[in-house]
Design a binder for this molecule. Structure first.
Ligand code: CMC
Length: 478
């Protein structure tokens, strides 16, 4: 892979308008409204867009506006605290751009998702997971030579060091596979010290191999965690199988019998992985960037990403969808009661709503169709799918959901497909982690290769006790 290809499109979010070049600009413009003569000063300023912030003491602070390549606009507050003492308060970061990135673009209002400029609908129709992973990591679709080199690297990295088998033996049967996966990904770095050295240049020099082996081994470790829990022998990867097929082989083949899934099943799994490959600054990806900003290596950073993904509001949602559908079915409900309970605030409809998509989730639309195809080809009449479809229809026509812009998200359908494929529910977030690996890797690289990167260190608004004197133990009442 040539360096030129790896550097990606020349279109960083701030291409040609590096926000850091504006620090002196905003600093110059900290002015008082009282000095009317300053309007002359403002008038000779560059015509670049800017915002004005009127502070409680009447002073006006002028802030540059950063415009992305898709014309999204952000007020650059980086000089705010230094020059005014104020910070911004944005609990949950819903209004905060934590970085500029050239990997993924989302327009949540319009239901748009693009990786490196390519529409998710086109990638879903034309591409495969490994090719999209390459695109996300390196910025361009691979040419045939690049793709076969990347594939060869991924295939030849599929096995894990035999020493790691011992780790698996130590986990109790009750272990959640996400706990195992997170621990194993961090441990993996120990076997590749040259890739996890915490020496910036060395880690960067080995990046291509580290990226390919993480994409490959996360799948092996995931299958091993599944088989450990069930007391089954590990199945070694095969050189001749495609990415998703190799995963299914390591999950479901036995030493005495090969598992031969239908092509539709392999394709559906590949599609699920691809649709999860990156999703901008979600909780786990932001976590990876946060960890990377301290200079931590790729293995440590993606291991933290797995932990962040585990939560039910993020990667755990696809499992929660199935549990919810099973609940509804077991209670004899057809979905109506669940909807009423959600409207009363008694429960959430898992798989509905998204922090960013406020129109529809384009991945859900693609997977909704795929779910129907897979179930038909496998001849499965899943009552849960019927309940899911009823929920979807009811929610799409109900004012509670319409007014709050709550639409089915990607997890709503991925859970149904994974269930049909035979993936157990506790492995659902693991599947999400396998799919999200390219996005984590690409985001790690953006941070690690940025010479201007600062350690991520947000501020807070403190609302605890004010200063007080220490009380000796005998002076404290029970
Ligand atoms: N069911 C019922 N009501 C909901 C739901 C839901 N799934 N989601 C949000 N609401 C209501 C919520 O009660 C609130 O109502 P009100 O205004 O009356 O108080 C309103 O909608 C806004 O909710 P919010 O919590 O402020 O919205 P958010 O943007 O912070 O949360 C979310 C986004 C995804 C965490 C949330 O919609 C949710 O919990 N969904 C279910 C879990 C889920 O499916 N998560 C997967 C997300 S997609 C995977 C990924 O990309 O990570």
């Amino acid at each position: 892979m040539e360096a030129g290809r790896r550097s990606g499109r020349p279109v960083s979010a701030d291409a040609g308008r590096d926000p850091s070049r504006r620090e002196s600009f905003s600093g110059l413009l900290f002015a008082s409204l009282v000095g009317r003569g300053l309007w002359f000063f403002f008038s000779v300023l560059p015509t670049s867009p800017h915002a004005e912030l009127k502070l409680p003491d009447g002073q006006v602070f002028v802030l540059p506006v950063v415009v992305g390549t898709e014309q999204e606009q952000a007020v650059d507050v980086r000089a705010l605290r230094d020059q005014t003492g104020f910070i911004t308060y944005d609990d949950g970061y819903a209004n905060t751009g934590s970085c500029s990135s050239s990997i993924t673009f989302i327009d949540g209002e319009k239901g748009i998702l693009r990786h490196r400029g390519y529409r998710i609908e086109d990638l879903a129709a034309e591409s495969i997971f490994l090719e999209t992973a390459f695109l996300i990591i390196y910025g361009e679709l691979p040419d045939p030579r690049e793709l076969s080199k990347f594939r060869a690297r991924v295939s030849s990295s599929a096995s894990v060091h035999e020493g790691m088998r011992v780790f698996f033996e130590g986990f109790p049967d009750s272990s959640h596979p996400m706990a195992i996966l997170s621990a194993m990904l961090n441990s993996l770095g120990c076997y590749f010290p040259e890739m996890s050295s915490h020496k910036e240049q060395l880690d960067q020099d080995h990046f291509d191999w580290a990226a390919a082996l993480l994409i490959s081994k996360v799948r092996t470790l995931a299958a091993m965690s599944y088989r450990t829990k069930r007391g089954l022998p590990f199945v070694y990867p095969r050189w001749d199988l495609r990415y998703a097929a190799n995963f299914l082989h390591m999950m479901f083949s036995e030493p005495y019998r090969d598992y031969n899934p239908k092509p539709e099943v392999i394709d559906a799994l590949d599609l699920i992985l691809m649709l999860h490959a990156d999703h901008e600054q979600n909780c786990s990806t932001s976590t990876v960037r946060m960890v990377a900003s301290s200079g931590a290596n790729l293995f440590a950073s993606v291991s933290a990403g797995v932990s962040a993904l585990w939560g039910p509001l993020h990667g755990g949602a696809n499992a929660a969808v199935i549990e919810m559908l099973e609940d509804i079915e077991a209670s004899g409900d057809d979905g109506d009661k669940a909807i009423e309970a959600a409207k009363k605030g008694e429960r959430r409809l898992m798989g509905f709503g998204h922090r960013v998509y406020k129109n529809y989730d384009p991945r859900a639309r693609i997977l909704g169709e795929a779910a129907k195809r897979v179930l038909t080809s496998m001849g499965i009449q899943d009552p849960l799918l019927q309940i899911a479809q009823q929920l979807e229809q009811a929610a799409l026509t109900d004012d509670y959901f319409i007014s709050r812009k709550l639409y089915p998200n990607v997890d709503f359908y991925s859970g149904i497909i994974l269930r049909a494929v035979g993936i157990p529910v506790d492995m659902f977030p693991v599947m999400f982690a396998i799919g999200r690996m390219p996005g984590w890797i690409a985001n790690w690289r953006e941070v690690a290769s940025n010479p201007k990167m600062k350690i991520h260190r947000p501020r807070q608004v403190y609302n605890g006790a004010v200063e007080r004197d220490y009380l000796a133990l005998e002076q404290r009442s029970a």
